[in-house]
Design a protein around this ligand. Structure first.
Ligand SMILES: [Mn+2]
Length: 263
């Protein structure tokens, strides 16, 4: 099936010749941290800034994010660098706050993939949506979730494979590379890959990212922290700015080998 393009911000298109890389920290922590991360992401060749402000953490004692103050810091980083921003919306009651701040790409996280009331409300907007695959969701369930958004009138949807639950515990999740060509045959939505949450370990990320592009992914979302060891969440999987820079350099070669580019 032909992939439609979804444009985020003024000029970052998913689903075409170019393969955009989204990067930034797991969580927005401080003003300095996110402004530095934004500069590093842009310098490395990423074209969208990520950062969690509302964090769906497994344990209640874990850092829950800065909330709307974190979204405001992302907006400040957008103003400083020109990079569009993506951040997760967990609570439908905060949708207007996201729309007022013109969040460029609203993420629905794995744990909310089947939060149907949230999906229905997002379907009434015209903001691009990054729909991550549920922890144990089949392709049928995932595509049905996308239909909840699309049937409200919002077709600006990007699907994100981020690893699924399996019996293997040597890494955080099992990256389902097969999902990329399988989805391409079934849907016109662009498909991107999150190697960071699939791997859970920084050392595995380059291999998974290369495999994703070779298999036809339309983009990547990769966690990067200016000081990975000090990261308040997902420290083990955060790349340094230098790691991200050299990875994007290598990924360009894979993209060219499959008739695409990262620019
Ligand atoms: Mn994370």
């Amino acid at each position: 099936m032909n992939t439609q393009t979804v444009t985020v911000g003024k000029k970052v298109s998913f689903g075409g010749f170019n393969i955009p890389v989204i990067s930034g920290p797991c969580s927005v922590e401080t003003r300095d941290q996110i402004l530095t991360a934004a500069d590093c992401a842009k310098e490395a060749g990423a074209t969208i800034l990520r950062g969690g402000a509302f964090k769906p953490r497994t344990r209640p004692e874990s850092f829950q994010g800065l909330g709307l103050a974190g979204v405001d810091l992302l907006c400040e980083a957008r103003d400083a660098t020109g990079l569009p921003i993506v951040t997760e919306l967990m609570d439908v009651r905060l949708l207007d706050e996201f729309l007022n701040r013109k969040v460029d790409l609203i993420q629905v996280g794995s744990r909310n993939m089947q939060n149907f009331d949230l999906l229905k409300e997002l379907g009434k907007t015209q903001t691009p949506i990054l729909l991550k695959r549920g922890l144990a969701a089949t392709l049928d369930e995932w595509l049905a979730a996308a239909d909840y958004i699309a049937s409200g009138g919002n077709e600006q949807i990007i699907l994100c494979e981020r690893g699924i639950r399996s019996f293997e515990y040597s890494y955080r999740n099992t990256l389902d590379i097969s999902a990329i060509p399988a989805l391409k045959a079934r849907t016109h939505f662009p498909v991107i890959v999150d190697p960071s949450h699939a791997a859970g370990k920084a050392a595995l990320i380059p291999s998974l990212a290369k495999a994703a592009i070779a298999a036809g992914a339309d983009g990547l979302i990769i966690e990067m922290h200016p000081n990975p060891a000090q990261s308040w969440s997902d420290a083990e999987q955060a790349l340094s700015a230098q790691d991200l820079s050299s990875l994007i350099h290598d990924l360009k070669k894979v993209a060219l080998a499959v008739g695409r580019d990262i620019s």
